[in-house]
Design a protein around this ligand. Structure first.
Ligand code: MG
Length: 380
C-alpha cells in the first residue's frame, strides 16, 4: 500500500489522480490533500477518501471545515501546503498545484525524502537547478506526470542517457493551430479554452493555445532528463496519439503511444517501476485512426515557444521571469483585461527588461518572481 499526499486535489490532474486511487483501493490510500477555493468539491473528496490532513487556501474555509469534520486535521495557506507536502506517512507526493507556488513545498518534500510525482511544471521551469540538485542529494526520484515527459521517461527505461541523440516533444497545436497570427487578434476567452484533444484546467489550456505550455515543457525536459536545449525538438502532431519520442545515436526512435488520457501518465508515476491495469482507459485502435500527421513548428507563428527556448538557454533567473510573466498575463487574459496576443507581448517585455542572475537561490527566485508579477501587472 502506497500512501499519497496530493497537492491541488480539486484541479484537473488532482481529480484524475483521485480516479486512479479509487480504481486501486488495495494499492493506494489518500493520506493528505491541499485544495484551493473549491470547497464543495473538497467536501466530496473528504467524505469519500477520509484523508488525515487537509490544507485549504484561506483561513475562512479553514474555520468552516474544521467545525464540520472534527476528526480530520486542517491547516491553511502557504504553510499548509508545505505541511501537506511533508505529511509524514506519505510515500509519494503528487504535486498538481498550479504555478510557481508549488516550488517551496516540492523542495521541502524532497528534503523529507518523499518520492515526487511532478505535475507542477512551473516548479522545474522556475528552479530546475535547485530541484534536481536537491533530488540527487537526497536520492529522491522525480517522476514526470506530464504526458510528454512520461512518454520520454517510458521510452528511456533500460536505455542509457549517453546514447540519446535528441528528445522529440509532440505538440497538438492547441485551440488555434489552424489560425494565422492575424486571425488571433480578437479571439475570445471561450474560444481559447476550447482545446481540440485534451480536457485540462484553464491556465494550461491557454498555455497550449499560445504554445507557452510546450515552451515550459521544453525547459521541464531540459531539467528532468539533463538534456541541452539543442537536443530538444518540438514536433506538431495533431492527434496527440504519440505522446513524445526519443531518438538514439543509431537513428532508432522509441515513442510512447496511447489515447489522450492523463490518467495513464499519472498512474505510471504512482505504480512505477510497475504497471497496473487501467480499466476505465480507452485502448488505442490505430486501424480506426488510420493516419497520424506531423508538421514542423513555426517559431514565428508561435512566439512563446521561441521565448521559452531563449529563456531556457539564457538560464539563471530568465526562466523564472518567463514563467511569472506568463502566469500574470494569462490571469489577465482570463479575466478579460487584455487580448490574446498581448500575453506574448507582456512576456517579451518582461524578458527583455530582465538581466539574468546566474545560479539563483530560492530567495532570489522568489524575489524575481514577485518583481516580474508586479511589473507585468503595472503594464496590464
Ligand atoms: Mg503536457
Amino acid at each position: 500500500m502506497k500512501i499519497i499526499s496530493l497537492l491541488g486535489a480539486t484541479g484537473s490532474i488532482g481529480t484524475q489522480t483521485l480516479d486512479i486511487i479509487r480504481e486501486h483501493p488495495d494499492e493506494f490510500q489518500l493520506g493528505a490533500i491541499s485544495v484551493g477555493k473549491n470547497i464543495d468539491l473538497a467536501r466530496k473528496i473528504i467524505g469519500e477518501f477520509q484523508p488525515e490532513l487537509v490544507s485549504v487556501q484561506n483561513p475562512m474555509d479553514y474555520n468552516k471545515l474544521k467545525g464540520e469534520y472534527p476528526h480530520i486535521k486542517f491547516t491553511y495557506g502557504d504553510d499548509g501546503l508545505i505541511e501537506t507536502a511533508v505529511y509524514d506517512k506519505a510515500d509519494i507526493l503528487v504535486n498538481a498545484v498550479l504555478g510557481s507556488v508549488g516550488l517551496h513545498p516540492t523542495l521541502q518534500a524532497i528534503e523529507s525524502g518523499k518520492t515526487i510525482a511532478i505535475a507542477n511544471k512551473e516548479t522545474l521551469v522556475t528552479a530546475g537547478h535547485l530541484v534536481t540538485e536537491a533530488a540527487k542529494r537526497h536520492n529522491v526520484a522525480l517522476l514526470p506526470v506530464d504526458s510528454e515527459h512520461s512518454a520520454i521517461f517510458q521510452a528511456l527505461q533500460g536505455e542509457k542517457t549517453k546514447n540519446i541523440e535528441r528528445l522529440i516533444l509532440t505538440a497538438s497545436g492547441g485551440s488555434f493551430r489552424d489560425r494565422t497570427r492575424a486571425e488571433l487578434a480578437d479571439v475570445t476567452v471561450e474560444e481559447a479554452l476550447n482545446h481540440p484533444n485534451w480536457s485540462m484546467g484553464a491556465k494550461i489550456t491557454i498555455d497550449s493555445a499560445t504554445m507557452m505550455n510546450k515552451g515550459l515543457e521544453v525547459i521541464e525536459a531540459h531539467w528532468l532528463f539533463a538534456m541541452p536545449y539543442d537536443k530538444i525538438d518540438v514536433l506538431m502532431h495533431r492527434e496527440s496519439i504519440i505522446h513524445s519520442m526519443v531518438e538514439f545515436h543509431d537513428s532508432s526512435i522509441i515513442a510512447q503511444l496511447g489515447t489522450p488520457d492523463m490518467r495513464v501518465p499519472i498512474q505510471f508515476a504512482l505504480t512505477y517501476p510497475d504497471r497496473a491495469p487501467l480499466k476505465s482507459s480507452q485502448r488505442l485502435d490505430l486501424a480506426k485512426i488510420g493516419q497520424l500527421h506531423f508538421q514542423d513548428m513555426d517559431l514565428n507563428r508561435f512566439r512563446c515557444l521561441h521565448f521559452a527556448y531563449e529563456a531556457g538557454k539564457a538560464g539563471g533567473t530568465m526562466p523564472t521571469v518567463l514563467n511569472a510573466a506568463n502566469e500574470t498575463a494569462v490571469a489577465a487574459f482570463l479575466s478579460g483585461k487584455i487580448r490574446f496576443l498581448e500575453i506574448e507581448d507582456l512576456v517579451e517585455k518582461a524578458l527583455s527588461k530582465h538581466k539574468t542572475i546566474t545560479f539563483p537561490s530560492l530567495q532570489v527566485i522568489q524575489e524575481v518572481d514577485k518583481e516580474t508579477r508586479q511589473y507585468v501587472d503595472s503594464l496590464v
